[in-house]
Design a protein around this ligand. Structure first.
Ligand code: AMP
Ligand code: MN
Ligand code: MN
Ligand code: MN
Length: 276
């Protein structure tokens, strides 16, 4: 069975509609797909219908933006949630509501760095009525000729310490994990290799995450090198966490891995789907 438990659609910052993501996954041999739009669950119904038609399993899911300690942003993948859960939906709506003000602050920061009037341009890439992300700014800045590729825009402008990056308060970790638990889901720490944490900082995070009810970490991710996959596999074993895997696919031409392009999990791990 081929699992891909992390990807995005036009209901957040992906380039394909939920149904298109599912059909692409099915055509690439994925048996079990989780659609994990950022802070949003409204793509799941369309994805479910497409999955039924394509004969694959769709895991209702989301990727929740969380603030941790001094301006570290974490992503928590919520798997097997009830997308109708009101508390979860309210929590996600609250996170999305903060994105507009943040987008204005990003535009102001870019203006200070000599790139004016980016908000309207970024908005042209937005495919959801209330969800603007750094990806939309990045696509617009590629249009403007600021860099050739989205990932270069991130490197030069949109990551911590760079001129277009602004701090932001997302959900707290206890809140996010309570919403996930309340909606019957399993919390998985997304792409841990992306967080700028020391060894002890990572241990502290994983301990807190587990103590708050987190059940797994992404071992295989397009954000991870092979060495990081091994490292986070060991961490999962040491902390009794389950292992997950996801391409984090966003769309043609913008992703390091296509849907389903994941090697088997390293040995000795309990997959997050062990009792599904
Ligand atoms: P936001 O939730 O608005 O902060 O946007 C986060 C999204 O930006 C991530 O989910 C990725 O899609 C994208 N992103 C973050 N860092 C990078 C990077 N270094 N290169 C390309 N895309 C990135
Ligand atoms: Mn994204
Ligand atoms: Mn993420
Ligand atoms: Mn993602």
């Amino acid at each position: 069975m081929r699992y891909d438990l992390h990807c995005h659609s036009t209901r957040s910052d992906g380039l394909l509609a939920p149904g298109e993501v599912v059909r692409r996954a099915a055509s690439r041999g994925v048996d079990v797909l989780a659609l994990t739009d950022h802070d949003e669950v409204t793509g799941i119904a369309e994805a479910q219908a497409a999955a039924r038609e394509a004969g694959i399993a769709l895991v209702p899911a989301a990727e929740i933006s969380v603030s941790w300690e001094e301006d570290v942003t974490l992503h928590v993948v919520a798997l097997n949630i009830d997308p109708a859960n009101e508390t979860l939906r309210g929590g996600l709506a609250g996170i999305r509501a903060g994105r507009d003000g943040r987008a204005r602050r990003i535009a102001a920061a870019l203006e200070k760095a000599g790139i004016p009037d980016t908000l309207a341009g970024a908005m042209r890439y937005v495919t959801h009525e209330s969800l603007i992300s750094r990806s939309h700014f990045a696509r617009h800045l590629v249009d403007r000729g600021v860099a050739r590729e989205v990932k270069d825009v991130f490197k030069r402008y949109l990551t911590p310490g760079k001129p277009g990056y602004v701090p932001h308060a997302w959900a707290t970790l206890p809140d996010a994990l309570a919403w996930i638990r309340g909606a019957g889901g399993s919390a998985v720490l997304a792409h841990p290799g992306r967080y700028k944490l020391s060894r002890s900082g990572m241990r502290e995070l994983v301990t807190a995450f587990r103590d708050m009810g987190g059940v797994g970490i992404e071992v295989l991710s397009s954000s991870h090198t092979a060495a990081q996959a091994a490292e986070f596999g060991s961490l999962a074993r040491a902390y009794g966490l389950r292992a997950s895997c996801g391409s984090d696919y966003h769309g043609p031409g913008e992703s390091w891995l296509d849907l389903g392009d994941l090697p088997p999990l390293p040995g000795g791990l309990t997959p997050v789907w062990a009792d599904w």
